[in-house]
Structures are given as C-alpha cells and as structure tokens.
Ligand binder design. Structure first.
Ligand code: SF4
Length: 283
C-alpha cells in the first residue's frame, strides 16, 4: 500500500504549520517500510488519546481506536495482550501521556509490553488553547499561568529510561527523514518503544526558531549503554538552552510482557516460562 493509499477522506483540521503534519507523514512513510516485516498493514492498530494529536487516527487508513485522556498506553497494551500478532502503535500528547497518563506509561515501560508509543510533545495543551503541561518550561506564560509557571518541567526521557523502557528515542517535527527512520526503528523493536517527538504547536508555543538552532543528531553514541543514554537524556532539562539530542538514546533486548504472560498461562507453566526466558520457545 502506498503512502497515498494510507490517507483517508477525513478533512484535516490541524492549524497551518502544525508539527502534527510531520508526524502523520513520517508515520505513513514508516508504515510503508515496516508493514510486511510486522505482518502487513492489516495487522497494524493505531490508538490515540485526547488532544490535537488524536486526530491522527482519522487521517491514516489502518485499524484505529480513539481512547480517552491518559489511557492510550493501557488500551494499546490490552489490544496487544489480546492478540500478540498485532502491531500496536499508541499516539499521545505530552499532557495526555506525561500528565493524566503518566502512571500507565511508566508501567507499560516497566512491563516491556511490545507496543510503540509516539508522544507528540508540543509542551502545551493546544486543543484547549494554551495551558501549561508537564514539559512546558519553567516560567511558561499561558492561559492558566499568565504570570509564568513556578514549577520545573519533567524530563520524560530520563524518567522512562529509569522505569525500564527498552527503546527510547527523540525526533523533531522539522527533521522528517530522521523522524521516519526513528518511528520505523521503534516499531521494529520487540518490546516497549517510546519516541518522543518535539512536535511544534505553531499556534500556542512556536519553537521552530529555537529548536532549529539547538537540535543535533546523535553520532558515536552507543544505544546499548544505559549510563550513556541517561547522560544524553539529562543533557537538556526542558527549560535551559542546552543542545537537544535527536535519535535513538537506548535500545535493549528483553522478554516482552505479553509473551511472558502467555507462557505463564500454558499448561506446564514453569517449564514454559523457563523455555521462554531461555529463548527456546515462542511463548
Ligand atoms: Fe497543532 Fe497547536 Fe493547532 Fe493543535 S493548536 S493543531 S497542536 S498548531
């Protein structure tokens, strides 16, 4: 199926210049490269939450499910556990994933459920016209904080790495080719994968000029090195003007939750789990 075929007839209502267009196009391009490897496009399920990002479910011609605010990760995990042959991608905003849904996200990472989460991190609640989110910088002035925020932002990559994410990456909506490659790599990964996308909200928090000056692509970085990944994740604290790394920070192979759970449910439970952990059996 071509990228054109992956489109739908739904009218697009994102603002001109919105970074969501780049995420959509990168996703379509990535699906074109990974569809066969992961069982074909009919095996793809896209889950979205609530927010501007969520409309992506309307714009891609694959199986999709609109969930509720903060609940993209549990819905995606439920679908994957019900049918492990499916390839499940969750799309959530920063308010959705790092605010309302943070606990769900951390436990999905801890369990290593084989899903891909793409976080549209525009660092503002765009759909509700500009309130601060967990990743808005200190001092952010918006509808709910006209005098500026007085609390520092979360560092979601450092947090997710500590929680056990087995694949962690960052993309940027103004670096399309890298974003496409990063999403494709995340979907190919067998385990919990998270791609944070610096998705610029052109209307309420336009960061193009700032990000364009500061982003750089990781080179000479060993993604199997946990400590190195944590150093890179901490390089920028979401408030200061440090360089901002893009690319794959961390990648590790370990058993995924849904396969381990199926092994546990087998008649000879102990033997099945041992065989699975030894790599001798597909659970
Ligand atoms: Fe995109 Fe911001 Fe407009 Fe929402 S409000 S569609 S995030 S530019």
């Amino acid at each position: 199926m071509s990228e054109r075929d992956l489109g739908t007839a739904a009218a697009n209502t994102w603002c001109p210049g919105c970074g969501n267009f780049a995420v959509l196009n990168a996703l379509k391009a990535a699906l074109g490269t990974i569809g066969g490897e992961r069982g074909g496009l009919e095996k793809i399920v896209l889950v979205s939450g609530i927010g501007c990002h969520a409309k992506i479910a309307d714009y891609v011609n694959v199986n999709s499910f609109y969930s509720i605010h903060g609940r993209v990760a549990p819905v995606a995990q439920g679908i994957k556990c019900a049918d492990p042959s499916l390839t499940v991608l969750g799309f959530a905003g920063d308010g959705d994933a790092y605010g309302e849904g943070l606990e769900h996200l951390l436990f999905a990472a801890k369990r290593n459920t084989d899903i891909t989460m793409v976080i549209h991190d525009n660092r503002v609640y765009g759909l509700t016209t500009g309130q601060y989110t967990p990743t808005s910088p200190l001092g952010f002035r918006g509808r709910s904080t006209p005098g500026g925020t007085v609390e520092p932002p979360l560092n979601p990559l450092a947090l997710l790495l500590a929680a056990g994410a087995s694949f962690l990456a960052r993309g940027y909506s103004n670096r399309m080719e890298l974003l496409k490659e990063t999403i494709a790599a995340a979907v190919a990964h067998r385990g919990f994968a998270l791609v944070e996308v610096l998705q610029v909200c052109a209307t309420f928090f336009n960061r193009y000029a700032d990000y364009n000056k500061r982003v750089y692509e990781l080179e000479g970085h060993d993604p199997s090195d946990f400590e190195a990944a944590m150093r890179r994740a901490r390089e920028w604290d979401y408030t200061g003007d440090a360089p901002i790394a893009l690319g794959v920070f961390y990648r590790a192979e370990r058993p995924s939750f849904e396969r381990a759970a199926r092994a546990e449910a087998a008649p000879d439970r102990a033997a099945a789990v041992r065989a699975f952990l030894d790599g001798r059996a597909e659970a």
